[in-house]
Design a protein around this ligand. Structure first.
Ligand code: HEM
Length: 652
């Protein structure tokens, strides 16, 4: 083994990491890590207050749990290899605090069960240590486009839920061989992975787990790793320190972080998240039907391998070119990825809403690595770019720039979005709208992840001066003669128009919700002062759309964990609630209603004795808070939950 695949322990030498190859040596330069130097104020009151996170990472579920993607601009500027600090993170709850010296991986259900320390795993005695570049993608990448069409059960992700790093670890097939498993049998068909027990609110064991077919795990060509390093350094807590699984070509949701136990059995996983997460169901199935008809349990709807996808880095959202300084050409660039080890063979753009497609210049740094490895497997994203003649963009018949990619299996992205209840693997062609106004041209992406803006959102068509950036001119100023890939001769393809999401109407009733108690007084109106007093485990109220809810009885069962509700305790939480929840969750919310919020006016009238000076001082401090808030953004999670992540202003 060691002869055909030498030990590659991921050490950085002269800024480079030697990769695992069998034919000749090759290495990859590592980008600057860009680690944060201090804990972000937004984490201060959460269980993750010990973790330093890049301040520009966009938070898609408020302050906690940390579900985060980099703005597209930062992702692109970081380069083809993504530093851990700017790499997408999906956490279902608090990050477990584990130690390298004490952590053990328990392996059972095998002929030679064993508990392995991290030192043992990293020693190379249980399998050669290998280093390979792999693109990691959250299956929710681009989900906000689905949510803007109709709310799914998942929270918003923009197009930045993707990162590419060099991962170092031991091959699962080698480790399995060392514990006595070299091929599937009737008793040995699935390999299970699980994180720490009791880590999460849901499921019998409270742990995140899944299983994959043993044949997949044993296939050396599929490069399944138990990884302990990312880009040459030990994993960061958010990426699974000290040990995680890494399944190239697969969705992130199957790669278990903080890996604690592994076993082999004759049945697939029964873990809660194995069934109720990472599924693509047919579009007619909503959350209720999925439960009523058992769709979660149908094995064919599980998702493992990534589908083909692409998106544009440039022109950036809200970027512009002014008439006085129109460049000759404009740079159009983006990324593309696919699953299952296939490779992206071309990326195309269309300037006529998909009737014809023109081939762009593709960059696939992985080719040389795959060659040196002697494999046809491709696990990394491809980048592409081209330049477009400004005269074509100025022509009013050009309404949008679209992109799509093709892979070596001739898979291509669909023209239209297909809605599904979890909104996963969303991959229709990516469309940037072109606006012509005030002697300038400006560009609008479909969404912005957790940031406001985008032609699919309520803010469609609104140019934001505060975040405006100049679009990048083309490199050479001469548009290449791009080969036209295909021309659609059929009926006109309409460009997709902006769909306004229908936000939930304010809920009105005179009765308390089924699961809480209220009083006549509260049902006639509750002051914000009263709400503020209920901000802890014994009584946790929050305000959504002018109504007050008592979330206390739901703390322990909440899928987002008790801390998400506690963080909203005593606060106005409409925007954060809206960002995350499905129609079903909005229905459930009604059961926790305890009364309407008293309007500011009503509260003032109810206290005629209050002198004017006191009122003025309240308004003055409110004004000051607002100025402070707008100026510095939110740094403490005890500030109003509303807009918790909207002010994180690194515009993609
Ligand atoms: C009693 C009130 C609440 C109910 C009934 C409720 C219900 C739910 C449900 C059913 C989900 C699963 C996803 C879905 O179906 O939408 C969920 C997820 C979530 N909720 Fe709530 N929720 C409540 C309050 C809150 C509050 C006040 C916050 C914070 C503002 C919050 C933050 C979250 C987060 C972050 C998740 C996502 C967890 C993940 O997927 O990682 N929830 N909630």
């Amino acid at each position: 083994m060691a002869e055909i695949e030498p030990m590659r322990d991921g050490k950085i030498v002269d800024g480079k990491i030697a990769l695992s190859t069998s034919l000749w040596d090759t290495s990859l330069e590592m980008p600057p890590r860009q680690d944060a130097s201090e804990v972000d104020g937004r984490d201060a009151n959460t269980p993750d207050k010990w973790i330093k996170r890049h301040p520009e990472m966009l938070r898609n579920t408020g302050a906690h749990p940390f579900n985060s993607e980099p703005p597209l601009k930062r992702l692109q500027e970081a380069g083809w290899i993504t530093p851990p600090s700017l790499h997408v993170v999906r956490n279902h709850g608090a990050v477990p605090q584990l130690s390298w010296s004490e952590h053990q991986l328990k392996i059972t259900g095998v002929p030679k069960p064993v508990n392995l320390s991290m030192e043992q795993i990293a020693s190379g005695e249980w399998g050669t240590i290998v280093s390979i570049p792999v693109t990691f993608i959250c299956a929710g990448n681009r989900r906000k486009e689905q949510n803007m069409t109709k709310k799914t059960v998942g929270f918003d992700w923009g197009a930045g839920a993707v990162g590419n790093s060099v991962w170092t670890g031991v091959r699962l097939c080698d480790l399995l061989a060392a514990v006595g498993i070299t091929r599937p049998s009737k008793e040995h068909r699935f390999v299970h992975f699980e994180g720490p027990l009791g880590e999460l609110p849901q499921g019998k064991t409270g742990s995140y787990g899944t299983s994959i077919d043993l044949g997949w795990a044993l296939d050396r060509e599929r490069d399944v790793l138990l990884a302990f390093k990312q880009n040459g350094e030990l994993l960061t807590p958010d990426h699974g320190f000290p040990l995680r699984t890494l399944l190239p070509g697969c969705i992130g949701g199957r790669m278990i972080k903080w890996l604690t136990s592994m076993w082999v059995s004759d049945k697939p996983s029964e873990n809660h998240y194995h069934y109720f997460d990472n599924r693509v169901l047919p579009p007619h199935v909503d959350a209720d039907l999925a439960c009523a008809e058992g769709w979660w349990y149908k094995p064919e709807y599980i998702i493992n391998h990534m589908n083909i996808n692409s998106a544009m880095f440039e022109p950036r959202h809200n970027s512009f070119v002014k008439e006085v300084s129109f460049p000759k050409t404009l740079k159009v660039s983006g990324y593309a990825y696919t699953g299952g080890g296939h490779k992206i063979i071309r990326a195309e753009i269309s300037l006529d809403s998909g009737k014809s497609w023109e081939i762009t210049e593709l960059s696939r740094p992985e080719d040389e690595i795959a060659e040196a490895r002697g494999t046809d497997k491709h696990w990394c994203w491809a980048w592409w770019e081209t330049e477009v003649d400004m005269s074509r963009l100025l022509d009013s018949s050009c309404e949008e720039i679209c992109c799509r990619a093709w892979d070596s299996n001739q898979n291509c992205q669909p023209v239209q979005l297909t809605w599904t209840v979890m909104g996963m693997l969303n991959n229709p062609i990516y469309r940037i709208k072109i606006h012509r106004e005030n002697n300038m041209l400006w560009f609008e992406h479909p969404t912005q992840g957790s940031m406001p803006g985008g032609w699919m959102t309520d803010q469609a068509g609104q140019f934001n001066e505060n975040f405006a950036v100049e679009a990048t001119p083309g490199k050479s100023g001469v548009a290449p003669l791009r080969p036209v890939a295909a021309v659609w001769k059929g009926a006109k393809i309409d460009s997709v128009s902006a769909a306004s999401p229908s936000s939930q109407d304010a809920f009105k009733t005179t009765k308390a919700g089924k699961l809480v108690q209220s009083t006549d007084e509260w049902l006639s109106g509750i002051s914000m002062e009263e709400v503020k007093k209920h901000d802890n485990e014994t009584s946790c109220w929050f305000v959504v759309k002018g109504n007050v809810y008592d979330g206390t009885p739901y703390l322990q069962d909440h899928p987002g964990g008790a801390s998400s509700i506690l963080l909203a305790g005593g606060l106005e939480a409409t925007e954060d609630f809206e960002a995350v929840h499905s129609t079903r969750a909005w229905e459930m919310l009604k059961d926790y209603y305890i009364g309407p919020l008293k309007s500011q006016k009503a509260q003032t009238l109810a206290r005629p004795g209050q002198d004017l000076v006191k009122l003025l001082s309240i308004f003055a401090s409110l004004g000051l808070c607002l100025v402070f808030w707008v100026r510095f953004g939110r740094s403490s999670s005890r500030e109003p939950a509303t807009s918790a992540f909207r002010d994180n202003c690194g515009q993609p």
